[in-house]
Unconditional design. Structure first.
Length: 258
């Protein structure tokens, strides 16, 4: 594989997460800093808001990795996780057991692209750091999967990268750190994202901004985490309360349209 080319296809993305080292380091490395922990908390908070408001009976998560999100969710009555990586499934199982949720969530090792979606019939389907990694042809396959898997007016949630901020960041970053996974991310303006979802049978209910001052928040994190972590956490969280029109990304809540 060309190390300079970002992975963006079904088999390439899957192969990255079959590596045991990647699986074991996923949460510890990718969500350890104060800015990334704030991102995680924002995603969990938005998930819990939706769960409380809509009270879905059956929830499906695609590509949960090591179950980063599920142990912190409240109100899931019955859930299914579909994950392709054997290593991630093992880690997810341990995390669910530690949280006392092994009877709430079923774990299924399967490629999401091979799921018989019509058999699921769930009220809410969500995924993070998954749909964004694919080019349009494979995103369309995932949208069709979600549409078939959801009950009428069912809900779809996932993360959406802001095109404006990402382009600005990429222009300043000449090369990717050696320990960073080289995976493609599609980016959008809000209008472009709404148009894409409408073309595939979904209306956008809301776009929750996440990391609203990313450049400043990461500067605080990288400057102070190693010396004054508590202070850095407080400052990064405080900045997140300050509204911005250009966050790093959004948590999208979409509804299936009949």
């Amino acid at each position: 594989m060309n190390p300079t080319k970002a992975v963006s296809d079904e088999h390439g993305v899957a192969s990255l997460y079959q590596d045991t080292t990647v699986a074991e380091a996923y949460i510890q490395r990718r969500f350890a800093q104060s800015w990334s922990h704030t991102l995680h908390r924002a995603q969990v908070t938005e998930m819990n808001r939706v769960l409380k408001r809509y009270q879905p009976g059956y929830v499906v998560e695609l590509a949960p990795g090591p179950a980063r999100i599920a142990p912190e969710l409240a109100g899931v009555r019955r859930g299914l996780m579909i994950e392709n990586s054997e290593q991630m499934v093992a880690l997810a199982g341990r995390r669910l057991k530690a949280a006392g949720l092994e009877s709430t969530w079923e774990l299924r090792r399967q490629n999401a692209f091979a799921v018989n979606a019509a058999t699921l019939q769930c009220d809410l389907l969500y995924t993070f750091r998954f749909i964004r990694h694919f080019h349009e042809e494979e995103r369309v396959r995932l949208y069709r999967l979600a549409y078939s898997a959801l009950k009428p007016e069912g809900l779809l949630m996932f993360d959406v990268v802001n095109q404006t901020v990402r382009q600005r960041l990429d222009a300043r970053q000449e090369e990717r750190p050696n320990d960073d996974l080289n995976v493609y991310d599609v980016t959008y303006s809000p209008a472009e994202f709404r148009w894409e979802m409408e073309r595939h049978g979904f209306s956008v209910v809301s776009l929750k901004p996440v990391l609203q001052h990313f450049e400043l928040q990461t500067w605080v994190s990288y400057t102070f985490d190693h010396r004054w972590r508590t202070m850095a956490d407080v400052v990064v969280r405080f900045l997140e309360k300050w509204p911005s029109h250009e966050p790093l990304e959004w948590v999208a809540l979409c509804r299936k349209v009949l």
